[in-house]
Ligand binder design. Structure first.
Ligand SMILES: *Cc1c(COP(=O)(O)O)cnc(C)c1O
Length: 225
């Protein structure tokens, strides 16, 4: 199976899930999680029609940016972002998907102001309350959304989560409820455009629960070594 075959198969599953959810398949964006894949394979995925590339590690992203790996597709940062690496990412990517603290959000806003850009971000929610995972706890979400209203140079465009592997549907449903709830509250600088959840193992279920952005790695590129 080539990358193009895999992208086609993923698209078919996305379309079927979108139909079950009663949404237009074009409203769901496919983010290729490109970590560990060299520039040439990233280009193959872009040629096969993925909507976005998502990278996890700053160093790896900078190397591949230097090689022109992402030309023709928007680039998102989807990994855990350390505060000392904010300067490399702000302005270099279209969306930072994984903002899970007030400190990180402040640093991003400060850097964006300094370089004269408006940085789009998603708030990552630690929906399963796992020690190992980043993100704000559900009860901290409103506070962070309200805090964003006072920051220039940054816009919150939605929510992201990596739920625990068990009972995913429950977590996906919870995420959709947070998404709708925050949207209704109309905080300044906050627009709930994207709900990013679902990976290779569960993207159809995520779409059925309202995801409009899925992040898929191994189903496109094969298993990571
Ligand atoms: C690697 C990764 C994915 C994709 O994982 P697969 O199971 O390979 O599809 C999605 N989101 C994030 C944040 C990742 O790091």
């Amino acid at each position: 199976m080539t990358i193009a075959d895999n992208v086609r198969a993923v698209r078919e599953k996305m379309a079927a899930a979108a139909a079950r959810a009663g949404v237009d398949e074009k409203s769901v964006l496919l983010v290729a999680a490109t970590k560990t894949n060299p520039a040439e394979r990233v280009r193959e995925a872009i040629a096969a029609g993925v909507d976005v590339c998502g990278e996890n590690r700053v160093q790896e992203m900078l190397e591949k940016l230097g090689q022109g790996a992402y030309e023709g597709a928007p680039l998102h940062f989807i990994g855990q972002l350390q505060r000392n690496k904010v300067k490399y990412v702000v302005g270099a990517v279209d969306l930072i998907q994984s903002v899970g603290s007030r400190e990180l959000l402040s640093d991003i806003a400060a850097r964006a102001a300094k370089v004269g850009v408006t940085q789009d971000v998603l708030i990552e929610i630690n929906v399963g309350r796992e020690e190992s995972k980043g993100g704000v706890l559900p009860e901290e979400l409103d506070e962070l959304a309200a805090f964003a209203g006072g920051l220039g140079s940054v816009r919150i465009r939605g929510l992201m989560a990596i739920p625990p592997i068990t009972e995913k549907t429950t977590y996906f449903e919870q995420m959709f409820n947070f998404f709708v709830d925050i949207k209704q509250k109309r905080y300044d600088n906050v627009s709930m455009d994207f709900l990013s959840m679902g990976m290779s193992a569960d993207f159809p279920a995520a779409i059925e629960c309202g995801a409009n952005m899925v992040r898929v790695g191994s189903a496109i590129f094969g298993p990571r070594s």
